[in-house]
Design a protein around this ligand. Sequence first.
Ligand code: 5GP
Length: 236
Amino acid sequence: MQKLNKIYEGKAKIIYQTDQPDLVIQYFKDDATAFDATKRGTINSKGICNNKISAEIFKVLEKNNIPTHFVKLLDERSMLVKRVEIVPIEVTMRNITAGGISKLLGIDEGIILDNPVLEYHYKNDSLHDPLFNEYHIYALKLATARELEAIKDLSFKINTVLIDFFGKRDLDLVDFKLEFGRYKNKIVLADEISPDTCRFWEKGTKKKLDKDRFRRDLGDVEGAYQEVLKRVLSGK
Ligand code: 5GP
């Protein structure tokens, strides 16, 4: 597999073309940003951890009949993925209140939700990824009703699989963000699933093992990412 031109560089990842038109390389950087990139930093080895964690999770999801863009791990910081057209919607799934929902609704963090809460955010940095609903999505023609149905259905299924997967590793899956893409007329899970895009609280201690350690200056950010990787690979 030949790594060719850079197609896109985001805050945490770079996408490279390959010699196959349907496949691209997703490269994970150590760069970290928060609060619309007003806070910037580097988390040592974050790219390595997120690449390995995401790969493992994509494999688990594929085993559970969730289509993803993942093809295979290439090296410590890179995975081969299907070249998708990203749907500019960020889906947030919440099981326990934290972050955005606590701020939006003025409620404490740490409340266990009776049912998962699904939110759509418009993936648009200059507008700060605003919360919106399916009527806005149709008005902007971001997805068809069939596509959105698939996105919603997959998001709830992914939540069920991941609550179980992380629960067995003594981690509560508080919330997470998903992005989907179109690949050969089908909706597939894209982007990454990692401590950058999920909140993980250690069961019992409620210790935060995710990007909130960076966002909130809680210290030992690198240790948290390593700990999640260790548990993900523990094969429980
Ligand atoms: P919140 O809306 O509470 O800030 O985020 C909810 C969850 O989605 C958190 O786990 C957070 O990490 C993830 N999330 C939401 N938006 C983004 C984003 O733009 N980038 C990343 N990396 N994660 C996000």
